[in-house]
Write a protein that binds this ligand. Sequence first.
Ligand code: 16G
Ligand code: ZN
Length: 533
Amino acid sequence: SINYDQIKEAASYHPKPQNITYTYGTAGFRMRADLLDSVIFRVGILAVLRSKKLDSKTIGIMITASHNPEQDNGVKLVDPYGEMLEQSWENYATQLANAQTEDELVDVIKQIISSNNIDESKTANIVYARDTRPSGPALVSALVDGLKSLNAKIIDFGIKTTPQLHYVTRCYNVKGTEDDYGEPTEEGYYKKLSTAYRKTVEGKQRLTPINIDAANGVGAPKMRELNQYIGNEYLESILINDDYKTQGKLNYQCGADFVKTGQKLPTGSNIKPGDRAASFDGDADRIVYYYIDEENTFKLLDGDKIAGLAGGFIIDLVKTAGLEGIDVGVVQTAYANGSSTTYLEKVLNVPVSCVPTGVKHLHHEAEKYDIGVYFEANGHGTVLFSKKALKTIRSAEGQTAEQKEAIEKLRALTDLINQTVGDALSDLLLVETILTNRQWSLKQWDQAYTDLPNRLVKVIVENRHIFKTTDAERKLLEPVGLQEQINELVSKYKNGRSFVRPSGTEDVVRVYAEAATREECDELAYKVAGLVY
Ligand code: 16G
Ligand code: ZN
């Protein structure tokens, strides 16, 4: 069982800095790497407690700060099936991180143990990975000190993408059961995805090359590796911003967040009209596509476009396969472009739910459908197949050749898609599969609907916590009266829509607006920002 002197001794090498309050937010802990040593040590402790609580199930820990600048880092916990840490435990993470002294730390640990009836004698199993950030190795050693202070059984999964860590965590926990998810190895991941991909495009004409901006992050070597398993005759990719070894380059003027936010090409891209391109973010859990049209205008195909593409394809397959009992739904956030929602509801005729920002909210909502497609506009998303859907798809036989083929494709999709979390590599293969099957260019895909002009602005306010939202963050409850003022402004614009929400990752308030024209949209965004300020 637990030796508290051992924990105190180890903790003394990882003291908490004075005058700083940590919060486990939407994306775990994330900040300047030099402030994270004590936090990571304590996250190790929390993971051990979580594993003990869940009967020795393997808990995942990912050290990454995604699209943040290179000097930042972060950490998040992954629950046994590859989901984000259960929300009620986020509070424990925050309490552990903020315990000032070793004695306080031990008190918090004891409280967590007693309020959860944790059996101290249970073995704890942990798997961890990190991205390519230079601060990674030092933080890993702090993590290992935390894990060892509670005698955990540890697996070092090395440098990986965030979704690979989610994948392997699930694999460990369901191995040999009816929910088996594949080999708990990096190779198992590549084999699963590549085999499925080859199946879905077999016999179809290969598309022109896909230019991939890997944000100079971990996605670069991993995409290279994956492509070797797939084979060039099935997928031709050209990597740029693949220098993950030179310091200072990670996410710098490149990557999915840069492209989505700036609505422009990443540094180093010289694509021409007709070329196909995509960007990953720094830990390869987001992807956006883009191209340049004949007038040399930059055209973005973001997460909303991917949801439309994937939703449409899956609905067609389900229909063709004759699996009427399976319902398909799409989950979005308030940031979804209004045109995308209209397209999903009116053209594809699928139910659409809107939830607050953050993967955990989307993921849980998507679980309510037999097949739930979820994407944030920023390019993070995936597709979930319920147990019922999996069972139906696996056992269906089909009468006609057409039905059989659709069933085979659906089966392959259940392997191709990383169902634990949004995954840039897996999502790239999903999009490539659909475009190959449809023989569509990016322009043809883009023609499904036209995005309404939109603008996102940050407003620095004295205290963002006074902003309270409701209705999936689309309306403000507080400050009282502000929503009415926003409504009045919005009503003056054709196709106008705007909302205000406090950020979960930065000390700012975000204002989103869309309207019929660029000018009106910008005007609306700045006027609403003016109300907030
Ligand atoms: C986090 C979320 C992401 C969300 C973003 C919003 C996860 C794993 N990540 O990065 O989904 O889009 O926060 O940030 O949930 P904001 O609250 O600062 O706008
Ligand atoms: Zn990311």
